[in-house]
Design a protein around this ligand. Structure first.
Ligand code: CAA
Length: 261
């Protein structure tokens, strides 16, 4: 039995699959689910048996249909602020997890669900996925990072249209504007996510982690500082066994067998 009431978690061949599991509420994020995500991703950060994480929603209809509206309905301004801060911290933890995180978006990714998908490194959507930030229809703006991550992913103009109109877009449109990396048939979704995870696992783990950290660090600082960061981590990787293994394998025309965690 899972140690979580609202999450399912399993590890297979180095791939950790996290499923948000509140099907009766279309996997909406209540406080308990956010708390469980915090606990699980804190543990995953130091779990060397998990090389790549896939985040998805249970059932066929929904990835995550947003923050739980029934729970938010009577919140005060102070409670709303704290709720946003707590969830933002958890999404930041997911974004900055050392290992790559792939969102397998199987259905509705609305409000907090779209924000959760955006906190992941890569998004693969099923053809039936729907994306949107409908918060303005509820009298609030997005509060789990949507006003910040959406423009960084799709640009200011497109982000503002989605935020101001609150409309849903389908997977093809999400792909067209750069919100998702790939769209596949519903029955192919987990295979596609696992295939990408499996490919990443064959690459040098530390180099992958360094790529993730460099992109995340670099996007929030000026280019010169980002380049300086890159030069440091580039240099440091020459002190790893994986650099020797990878380059020796290339020169000897064979596949590398990486060893660093
Ligand atoms: N919170 C709480 N419960 C939710 C929910 C949510 N975000 N989304 C769906 N549910 C519940 C419904 O209340 C319903 O429960 P009951 O069966 O007990 O009535 C159940 O899930 C099934 O939903 P529907 O009957 O509405 O299903 P549908 O197929 O007709 O519609 C939907 C699906 C279009 C996704 C619709 O459920 C919907 O619009 N949901 C809300 C989407 C939304 O506004 N999300 C943003 C929330 S605010 C937010 O996320 C703020 C932030 O930035 C963090």
């Amino acid at each position: 039995m899972s140690e979580y009431a609202n999450l399912l978690f399993e590890v297979e061949q180095g791939i950790g699959v996290v499923s948000i599991n509140r099907p009766k509420a279309l996997n909406a994020l209540n406080g308990a689910t956010i708390h469980e995500l915090d606990d699980l991703f804190t543990k995953l950060a130091t779990d060397s048996s998990v090389k790549v994480v896939i985040l998805t929603g249970s059932g066929e209809k929904s990835f995550v249909a947003g923050a739980d509206i029934t729970e938010m309905q009577n919140m005060s301004a102070m409670e709303g602020r704290n709720w946003g801060k707590v969830a933002q911290a958890v999404f930041n933890k997911i974004e900055n997890l050392p290992q790559p995180v792939i969102a397998a978006v199987n259905g509705y990714a609305l409000g907090g669900g779209c924000e959760l998908a955006m906190a992941c490194d890569i998004r693969i959507a099923s053809e039936q996925a729907k994306f949107g930030q409908p918060e303005v229809s509820l009298g609030i703006p997005p509060g789990f990072g949507g006003t910040q991550r959406l423009p960084r992913l799709v640009g200011k103009g497109r982000a503002k249209e989605l935020l101001f109109c609150g409309d849903m877009i389908d997977a093809a449109e999400a792909y067209r504007i750069g919100l998702v990396n790939q769209v596949v048939g519903a029955e192919e979704l987990m295979n596609a996510a696992k295939a990408m995870a499996g490919k990443i696992i064959t690459r040098a783990p530390l180099a992958v982690k360094v790529c993730k950290a460099a992109v995340n660090e670099g996007l929030d600082i000026d280019l010169e500082s980002g380049m300086a960061y890159e030069a440091e981590v580039f240099g440091l990787c020459f002190a790893t066994e994986d650099q020797k293994v990878g380059m020796r394998a290339f020169v000897e025309k064979r596949k590398p067998n990486f060893c660093e965690k």
